[in-house]
Design a protein around this ligand. Structure first.
Ligand code: HH2
Length: 282
C-alpha cells in the first residue's frame, strides 16, 4: 500500500508525511500515568528524559500534566501548568528545539505551553471539552491532534459498544475536522487519531488498527497511540506495562503499514528503528 504525501503544519514546524513516519516521545509529568507515572515527576528528570528522547531520534515530544488512563480524574489547570511549563522551559534552555506537543484538553494550559514554545495541541477531547480551544488553535496556527474518545477517562471503559467501530470513529473524526475548519483552523494544521484504548475493547482496538487506511482517506495524517496499552497486555499476557515493548512495536509497525504517520511511544529508540523499516516497506 502506498499513501499520498500530506503536509502537517505545526506553527513554525512543517512535516511532510507519507514517505516518512514520525516518532512522538511521551513525557508524562504526572505521578499517576499508567506506564511512566512518577518517572518524570521532577522537572530535572523530565528535562533529562526529553533530551534522551531527542537523542534517540524522536521527532516530537508530547508533554502532559494529566493522566487520561481509564478511571483517572481531571487535574486542575493550574496544577497542569505547574507541572509542564518548567519542563518546557528547561528543554528549550538546554538548547533542544524539537517540536513539542502539549497533551491537554484545557485552553489555559495549551496557551501557556504555546507561550513557552509548544507547537502542537494534542487534545484527546477533539476540541469538545473547552470551548476556547478551537479559537486558540485557529489563532495560533499550531498543529492540532483530534482524537476519538467515547465518554470521558473516568468511565470510558465501562461497557463500550459500537455497531461498526471503524465507521463510527471515521464519522466522528470527519465531523470534528469540519467543526475545527469552521472555527478557523486550517486543514493543514490537523492530524487525526482513532484513540486506541479510549472507550474501546480489545476487538475495537484491533478493528481500528486494521482500518487505518480508510481513516487516512479523510486526507489528514494519522497519529497512533498503542504504546504499552492494555490491549497489548491482553494479547501477550504482559500485565506490567513495561513488559509490552515487543507487542507495542508489532502494533506500531502494523499501523504504519496501514497508513499511520506518527507513532506516540514511550520507547523512542526501538520505535524509531521499527518505524523507519516499516515505512520503507509499505
Ligand atoms: N494516549 C494517552 C494519552 N494521550 N493522546 C493521543 N493523541 N493519542 C493517544 O493514544 C493518547 C494520548 C494515554 O497514554 P499515556 O500518556 O501513556 O498515559 P496516561 O494517560 O496515563 O498519562
Amino acid at each position: 500500500m502506498s499513501f499520498p504525501d500530506l503536509v502537517w503544519q505545526c506553527g513554525g514546524a512543517r512535516f511532510v508525511l507519507g514517505a516518512r513516519a514520525l516518532v512522538m516521545g511521551i513525557l508524562n509529568v504526572t505521578p499517576d500515568s499508567f506506564s511512566d507515572g512518577g518517572r518524570y515527576a521532577t522537572t530535572d528528570a523530565a528535562v533529562a528524559g526529553a533530551l534522551q528522547m531527542a537523542g534517540e531520534g524522536a521527532d516530537i515530544l508530547d508533554i502532559g500534566g494529566e493522566s487520561s488512563r481509564p478511571g483517572s480524574e481531571p487535574v486542575p489547570e493550574d496544577e497542569q501548568i505547574r507541572r509542564v511549563i518548567p519542563v518546557l522551559r528547561g528543554i528549550r534552555a538546554a538548547g533542544c528545539a524539537l517540536p513539542v506537543s502539549i497533551d491537554t484538553t484545557s485552553s489555559a494550559v495549551a496557551a501557556a505551553a504555546l507561550e513557552y514554545g509548544a507547537n502542537i495541541l494534542n487534545d484527546i477531547s477533539a476540541l469538545r471539552d473547552d470551548p476556547a480551544m478551537a479559537r486558540l488553535a485557529a489563532d495560533s496556527g499550531a498543529g492540532v491532534v483530534l482524537m476519538h474518545m467515547r465518554g470521558a477517562p473516568k468511565t470510558m471503559q465501562q461497557e463500550p459498544r459500537y455497531e461498526d467501530v471503524a465507521r463510527e470513529v471515521r464519522e466522528f473524526l470527519d465531523e470534528r475536522v469540519r467543526f475545527a475548519v469552521e472555527a478557523g483552523v486550517r486543514l493543514e494544521q490537523i492530524c487525526l487519531d482513532p484513540g486506541i484504548g479510549f472507550g474501546k475493547r480489545l476487538d475495537h482496538n484491533l478493528a481500528l488498527i486494521r482500518s487505518l487506511a480508510d481513516l487516512r482517506t479523510l486526507g489528514r495524517p494519522i497519529l497512533l497511540g498503542v504504546s504499552r496499552k492494555a490491549f497489548i497486555g491482553g494479547l501477550t499476557g504482559a500485565s506490567d506495562p513495561k513488559d509490552r515493548l515487543e507487542g507495542s512495536l508489532a502494533a506500531g509497525v502494523a499501523g504504519i503499514l496501514r497508513g499511520a504517520d506518527i507513532l506516540r511511544v514511550h520507547d523512542v529508540r526501538p520505535s524509531r528503528l521499527a518505524a523507519d523499516v516499516a515505512v520503507a516497506l509499505r
